[in-house]
Structure formats: C-alpha cells, structure tokens
Design a binder for this molecule. Structure first.
Ligand SMILES: [Zn+2]
Length: 240
C-alpha cells in the first residue's frame, strides 16, 4: 500500500451520475441529471471521525433506499489512485457474502480500508492492518461491523455448547468468539444476535485498548465504533 497524498477525492460522481449528466447535457437539462442519481459530496482532505461517520451513515441511507450514488468508480478516478490512497474509514467486518462494506455504505475505490474474516475476529493480522490504517494512512474512523443471523457466530455457539471442537483453523475463530458467548449468557432475546452484539462490543473494546490505538482514541484523533447490519433492510445501526 502506498503512502497517501494530500489529494482527496476531487469529485465523487459515480458512473451512473456521469452517464446521467452526459444524457442531460444532450437534452439540455441539468435537472434531469440531478434527479437521476445522487451526487455524493466530497469529504475534506483530512476529515474528522465525525465527518467520516456521517459519510458512512449517508451512504447507508442511499443503499437502504436503493438509490446508490456509486461514488469513485469512474475510470478517471481509478487511474488517479495510482498516486496513493487516503481512505476515510476502516471497516472490520464479517466475511459473509451478504455484507460487503463498499456496497452497504455506498462507497467506491479508495474510500474504505476493509478487513474481513468470519465474524470480524481481530487477530494479529487484522489488528496490524487496522493500526497501519490509523497511523500510516491517518484514517480517523474504525468501524466494527457485525450483522444479524451470522453463520460464524451460530457455528461458534454450537461448537462451544456441544463441546465439539471445530476443525483446524476454524477453532481459532471459535475461541475468539467464546468470550462473547459467555458475556451473552442469560440475556433475553435471540441468542445468536445477543452473542453478535457482545462480540461487536468486545471487539470495539479490544481495539480501544490496543497500545498503539489507545492514545489516538484518547486524543480524539481516532474513533472506534460498533455497528450492526440488518440483512433484510440493509440498514446499519451504529452502537453507542
Ligand atoms: Zn457473519
């Protein structure tokens, strides 16, 4: 990964927007383009965590409404990113095929640093990648993105409650989720989702306690937030 440049995205017109603008130009109507696809506003060069969080919330709202802006996906933008990258958020999410962060938050190339594995386990590789994002790339926001009906969470619960060891490296995932299974014991409601919530909260706490990230969090340079994605609605709810 290359070092970021001072340049941020100069524009965030998606492919659909560009096409709409071209059609509108032919038709002599700028209003038509505006109505066709939302233009995603550009973030400042060095966004705060709050600005980054709002960009994710806005993007998810577009996704939920099925009106994505498809920002930063043009050939021109893609080529410009060979000079460097300056993503505005790190997302640590589940490997689940139904929860791709770039789609869920309606973002494009160069926007998000993404770490994914089953049930968003922060192992050494994920922690190192996240620290790299915060320190070398200056990313102000870290999002831990859980989701309901997580198969990895369900499998871990089954392995622990039936005392059945998971095969090979899968057991490392089970062991990482085990504290959340214990933390969610006795809570009312859906067992799977309770464990998922606990796992997300514990993951946030783990990141905040990291010796490199903790001073950045204390200084307000970096914010760590948990979030939950709902498979049916597409909505992301931020915790805390
Ligand atoms: Zn999952």
């Amino acid at each position: 990964m290359s070092v970021p440049l001072s340049r941020r995205h100069l524009f965030r017109l998606g492919g659909a927007s560009a096409a709409a603008l071209a059609l509108a130009a032919c038709a002599g109507s700028s209003e038509a383009a505006t109505a066709a696809t939302p233009t995603v506003p550009a973030l400042p060069d060095n966004p705060t965590a709050a600005q980054a969080l709002q960009a994710l919330k806005d993007g998810n709202a577009r996704f939920v409404a099925a009106k994505p802006g498809y920002p930063n996906q043009t050939a021109t933008l893609r080529a410009s990113l060979t000079d460097g990258q300056k993503p505005f958020a790190t997302v640590i999410g589940c490997v689940d095929s139904r929860v791709p962060p770039e789609l869920v938050f309606d973002q494009g190339l160069g926007d998000l640093l993404v770490c994914r594995n089953a049930a968003h386990v922060v192992d050494d590789a994920a922690m190192g990648s996240t620290i790299f994002g915060a320190t070398a790339l200056g990313i102000p926001l870290i999002v831990v993105l859980g989701h309901n009906s997580c198969g990895a969470i369900s499998a871990a619960i089954g392995a622990i409650e039936t005392n059945t060891p998971a095969p090979d490296a899968v057991d490392s995932l089970v062991q990482a989720i085990k504290p959340a299974i214990k933390a969610a014991e006795g809570k009312p409601g859906n067992r799977n989702d309770n464990v998922e919530r606990a796992h997300t909260e514990l993951t946030v706490a783990l990141l905040k306690a990291n010796k490199v990230l903790a001073p950045l969090v204390t200084a307000g340079t970096v914010q760590v937030v948990g979030a939950e994605y709902d498979l049916a609605s597409g909505k992301v709810t931020f915790l805390g």
